[in-house]
Write a protein that binds this ligand. Structure first.
Ligand SMILES: O=C(CO)[C@@H](O)[C@H](O)COP(=O)(O)O
Length: 220
């Protein structure tokens, strides 16, 4: 059966108490770290020095999501500081394959993210070059938005391509994931679930367990 992962997004955490907020999600699989530059998206979060400190104190590995322009220039630095995975946006790179290869060389899992308006072609054919694909289920930039059900056909296309070639690529969804929507995404083929407000909006350990159980009911 497909392994599933719950990756809480610290975008919904209390940024003044990040170390304590990381401890509260220690039962999750990876911590999703949203890096925003106020250029690729209309919001600003953190850069390498803060991510480096998160890496140093986090009880679980880092899943860095770069919502930044010029990913070719900046993404390798996040792999160098020890992130387990580094996901850049398809819309923010000149050469996704070269960048993914560079990230893998450094030792990170290489991820590619697609905004809601970005078509899955030509990335379906490039799947072996990536360790994970992030299908955004909201417009990137903010937590607390509604899950976009109409992204499920795109997710299914990736799931079919993955199955056809027997690939070990993780299919991730991010945005509006809750106990009500996680099953829909799992059904469409997602195995890695990012959740911000659904986790930090309650007792994180309980919320993570509830999300895990809801996803498992729809496991492939
Ligand atoms: O990348 C993003 C937003 O751009 C996310 O990781 C959000 O942090 C998800 O938040 P919720 O929709 O789960 O509240």
């Amino acid at each position: 059966m497909t392994e599933q992962r719950i990756n809480p997004s610290i975008l919904s955490a209390d940024f003044v108490n990040l170390q304590a907020e990381l401890e509260r999600i220690a039962t999750a699989d990876l911590v999703h770290v949203d890096v925003m530059d106020n250029h690729f998206v209309p919001n600003l979060t953190m850069g390498p020095p803060v991510v480096e400190r998160i890496q140093a104190v986090s009880p679980i590995p880092l899943d860095v999501h770069l919502m930044i322009s010029d990913a070719d220039r900046w993404a390798p630095g996040y792999a160098e500081l020890g992130a387990s995975s580094v996901t850049f946006h398809a819309e923010a790179t000149e050469d996704p394959v070269a960048l993914a290869r560079r990230l893998r060389e450094i030792g990170a899992r290489a991820g590619i993210a697609l905004k809601p308006g970005t078509e899955p072609e030509p990335y379906l054919e490039l799947l072996p070059e990536f360790d994970q694909v992030l299908v955004m289920t909201v417009e990137p930039g903010f937590g607390g938005q509604s899950f976009m059900h109409d992204m499920m056909p795109k997710l299914r296309r990736f799931a079919e391509a993955k199955a056809a070639d027997g690939l070990d690529v993780w299919l991730q969804v991010d945005g509006g994931i809750s106990v009500d929507t996680i099953g829909i995404a799992a059904e469409a083929g997602a195995d890695t679930f990012v959740a911000g407000s659904a986790v930090y909006g309650g007792v994180p350990e309980d919320r993570i367990a509830e999300l895990r159980a809801a996803a498992a009911r729809h496991r492939h």
